[in-house]
Design a binder for this molecule. Structure first.
Ligand SMILES: Nc1nc2c(c(=O)[nH]1)N[C@H]1C(S)=C(S)[C@@H](COP(=O)(O)OP(=O)(O)OC[C@H]3O[C@@H](n4cnc5c(=O)[nH]c(N)nc54)[C@H](O)[C@@H]3O)O[C@H]1N2
Ligand SMILES: Nc1nc2c(c(=O)[nH]1)N[C@H]1C(S)=C(S)[C@@H](COP(=O)(O)OP(=O)(O)OC[C@H]3O[C@@H](n4cnc5c(=O)[nH]c(N)nc54)[C@H](O)[C@@H]3O)O[C@H]1N2
Ligand SMILES: [Mo]
Length: 759
């Protein structure tokens, strides 16, 4: 074991305090360190991670505080860095030894474990192998292929990791080339927020900032798994609990990160002390039961107003809100037994939270994929906002609505123009600045791209990161169609399954990771990213690149654009690639309000805030007010009750970042060694006659006439509501129907997938 793979050494980083804490997380990092075989310099990067002048984490989009801890990284942030800074290399030799059809049978874990991609690769159909290419050959050929294709049938996907600079240029490249088919991983994630939250409060992003955690006295935390997916949130949560703040968790799974938190910064807690209890109230809602649960809580608040008075914030409601009466009529017409049935909670449970809410002075509503990835996900966000509005809990200190974003720069990519919706970008400015004609019709989002692919319409694909064919619904159908595209290009750091579905002309272009030095004329280039709280930070990599043949994402976007587009003196790709401050100047010109004094402010501690009108109670909605909404369905899955149909949740283990699987441990859920499994309530297991560890198959039960099946799933007894089961993404994606997606935003419903057991 090398020095930096040892848990004791990880602990030596002064003050390491990996949330969901305790020795388990230090060991978890060490185990991944061993698999990743990270470079000795990785520890130095961790030490400076998420601090001014350091590298901003490539894992989640949680805030980087102005006053960081000595070690401002978590277990999973550390894993992501160690994974990037591996000594393993996946170079041309590897591809000589393995045919693509062979590699296509490997798991994501086996593929990524081969290490960093080092050379541009071209697919050679004759030998069924990826072969080494030069950058010049890659850019020239891809440019020539793109010129042959109809731009409207080409898609430029972005997975939310690439920084603001390459993302901005990628959007300009797409529009100059002639399309707005700019899906983002956000389309599978918080697009429900971009559309659903925007609809009700006029803001496509959250209204809270880090400081609000110091001023709230109640947090309603819905459908998000902090222990695994944003562990650094556990610090402010813990501090809030210690101040006496009440935390209500609404989640069908009893997630450990929400239940308790052993803080290794207090040594007594590591050894003998009791962990801080985080969730005062844990509501184990049924999958898709959030609209009903939140409405039940609100119904009790309304009842208290009637019996006691003084509960609602009448001034706020009158001045700032619309739709209150219609919504109140609907609430009073919705009986308790229906709310109990759909939420799976008791009236007493909902009333208890309602009573607490009616007294709380400042309440934050925090949510994740358990809310957004539903057929009525936007309505679930609406239900949370309805509750917050009743007591004016948006737009003041300690209160607000806070989606926890996924990829580290996913919010930022949308901010700088990665969107299929022309109305969200200042097209006139782009036209004048760059002398281009940005298309005005809406492009493909992720799901409409997949539909076009299945219909044989999609002709070309460029992926700026990601593993799209594996992340989308209906994985099996997508895998069959993917290779029909004449052109597929992947800008990537490690090999994944999507790369192994080559189109007729197929390329892998290997790039630097954020932790690596990016020298231009001896100047190390910074990039910038935006977090969940709309703060923007500079990030600088200092590690020696994994190979001299790598290029930065900026270089690659500029190289592809220059090789594709006709000469245009206003599109100075070569110059921009040499000096990223010039790209930031362009971003500031195009988005002057958000990026004022960009260059000067990007390295200030805690980043700079780009502001949010809803936080100031300025509502950019259709009515100009914050909007109460009556949901289209009380059940966010829209499934109703059919005997034999289970609601499947697909989620992340503690040892993965999306489709990147670091190992086989889901430590916080006590699950080890395997990912082909489903968690099920012991009562359901008994009713179905299932034994623990028995292997079964799941069949899709959507009413679209398409057969779907995944076999070989181990059944584990787990504390879940009846009728609800859970398992891992992406292995279960063949069961997720493309047709089931949020009605407003098209976000695939990766939660509440209807399935039957096939024993
Ligand atoms: N380590 C690590 N960090 C990550 C990621 C990762 O894969 N690994 N992924 C990143 C990305 S891109 C994203 S989007 C985020 C995702 O982070 P999360 O939003 O936490 O996403 P999931 O893991 O899908 O977990 C969703 C949670 O919702 C709960 N849930 C499921 N269905 C329902 C429901 O109907 N109602 C309620 N109330 N809860 C429900 C599940 O039990 C689970 O706790 O994390 C980001 N951070
Ligand atoms: N069933 C189900 N499906 C889901 C979800 C779910 O909860 N359930 N969650 C959805 C969500 S929230 C999301 S965000 C998507 C994720 O979908 P994606 O963002 O498309 O997938 P990732 O797994 O994050 O992409 C991993 C790949 O990105 C590449 N990569 C890693 N780092 C870098 C980098 O720095 N630069 C570049 N260029 N490439 C890099 C590597 O090659 C790696 O293999 O999946 C969605 N799909
Ligand atoms: Mo995500």
């Amino acid at each position: 074991m090398s020095e930096d793979q040892n848990p004791e050494t990880i602990r030596e980083i002064e003050g390491y305090d990996g949330p969901v804490g305790g020795w388990g997380s230090a060991k978890g990092i060490a185990a991944v360190g061993r698999t990743a075989r990270s470079t000795p310099g990785a520890l130095e990067t961790l030490r400076r991670q998420n601090k001014p002048g350091g590298m901003m984490c490539v894992s989640c989009a949680w805030a980087k505080p102005p006053n960081p801890h000595p070690a401002e990284f978590c277990e999973n942030g550390a894993k992501a860095t160690l994974w990037d800074l591996t000594v393993s290399r996946c170079g041309p030799d590897f591809f000589r030894d393995h045919a693509v059809s062979e590699l296509a049978t490997w798991t994501e874990f086996e593929l990524e474990r081969e290490g960093r991609l080092t050379h541009p690769l071209r697919y050679d159909a004759g030998s069924d192998r990826y072969v080494e290419a030069t950058w010049e050959e890659a850019f020239d050929t891809i440019g020539a292929e793109l010129r042959k294709l109809d731009p409207k049938k080409v898609t430029f996907y972005a997975s939310g990791k690439a920084a603001l600079e390459p993302s901005f240029l990628y959007g300009v490249f797409a529009r100059a080339y002639g399309h707005t088919n700019l899906p983002d991983s956000s389309n599978m994630c918080h697009e429900t927020t971009s559309v659903g939250l925007k609809k009700v409060i006029g803001s496509p992003v959250g209204t809270c900032v880090l400081d609000d955690f110091d001023h709230c006295d109640m947090i309603i935390h819905v459908g998000q798994n902090p222990g695994t997916n944003s562990p650094r949130i556990l610090h402010p949560l813990q501090k809030a609990v210690e101040r006496g703040c009440c935390i209500v968790a609404i989640n069908p799974l009893r997630e450990k990160g929400l239940l308790e938190f052993a803080n290794p910064q207090s040594p007594w807690q590591m050894t003998v002390g009791a962990p801080t209890e985080i969730a005062d109230c844990y509501l184990q809602v049924r999958v898709g039961g959030d609209i009903a649960a939140l409405t039940g809580i609100a119904k009790h608040v309304l009842a208290l107003e009637e019996t006691q008075g003084g509960v609602l914030d009448h001034d706020f409601l009158q001045t700032h809100c619309a739709g209150l009466q219609d919504w109140m009529d609907w609430v009073s017409a919705t009986p308790w037994d229906r709310l109990e049935q759909v939420s799976g909670l008791t009236r007493a449970e909902m009333e208890r939270i309602g009573a607490h809410y009616a007294k709380a002075k400042a309440v934050m509503g925090i949510y994740g994929m358990g809310v957004t990835q539903h057929v009525y996900g936007s309505d679930s966000i609406g239900a949370l906002v309805n509750l917050l509005l009743l007591r004016g809990n948006i737009g003041r200190k300690g209160a607000g609505c806070s989606p926890v974003r996924g990829h580290s720069n996913v919010q930022g990519q949308r901010t700088v123009g990665i969107t299929e919706k022309p109305k969200l970008v200042p097209n006139d400015t782009l036209r004048d600045l760059f002398g281009i004609k940005p298309p005005t019709e809406e492009g493909w989002n992720t799901t409409t791209f997949v539909e076009a692919l299945l219909e044989g319409e999609a002709q070309g694909f460029i992926g700026l990161g990601g593993n799209l064919a594996r992340a989308v619904p209906d994985q099996d159908r997508v895998a069959e169609a993917w290779g029909q595209m004449p052109l597929t290009v992947h800008v990537a750091t490690r090999l994944n399954r999507t790369h192994l579905m080559p189109g007729k002309s197929s390329w892998i272009l290997p790039c630097l990771v954020r932790a690596e030095e990016d020298l231009k004329n001896r100047e190390n280039q910074q990039v910038t990213i935006e977090d969940s709280f709309s703060h923007i930070y500079g990030s600088i990599g200092k590690r020696t690149p994994a190979a001299r043949t790598l290029k930065s994402e900026v270089d690659i976007v500029c190289g592809l654009a220059a090789a594709t587009l006709p000469p245009n003196p206003k599109l100075a790709w070569d110059e921009w690639a040499r000096d990223y401050s010039r790209i930031r100047a362009l971003i500031e010109t195009v988005y002057p309000d958000d990026f004022r004094d960009f260059e000067a402010r990007m390295n200030q501690p805690g980043g700079f805030y780009r502001g949010n009108p809803a936080r100031e109670r300025e509502w950019k909605t259709e009515t100009g007010k914050a909007q109460f909404t009556v949901p289209a369905d009380l059940d966010a899955t829209g499934l109703g009750e059919t005997p034999g149909i289970y609601r499947l949740v697909t989620l992340r283990s503690n040892d993965q970042f999306n489709t990147t699987v670091y190992g086989m441990s889901d430590r916080l859920r006590g699950i080890e060694g395997d990912r082909m499994l489903i968690m099920m309530s012991p009562q359901d297991m008994e009713a179905e006659g299932l034994k623990p560890e028995q292997r079964i198959a799941l069949q899709g039960a959507a009413d679209d006439g398409i057969a779907r099946q995944v076999e070989g799933l181990r059944v584990l007894p787990y504390d879940l509501p009846r009728g609800c089961i859970a398992g891992y993404f992406p292995e279960l994606n063949p069961l997720s129907p493309l047709s089931r997606r949020d009605k407003l935003s098209d976000t695939p419903a990766a939660k509440g997938i209807p399935v039957r057991l096939a024993v």
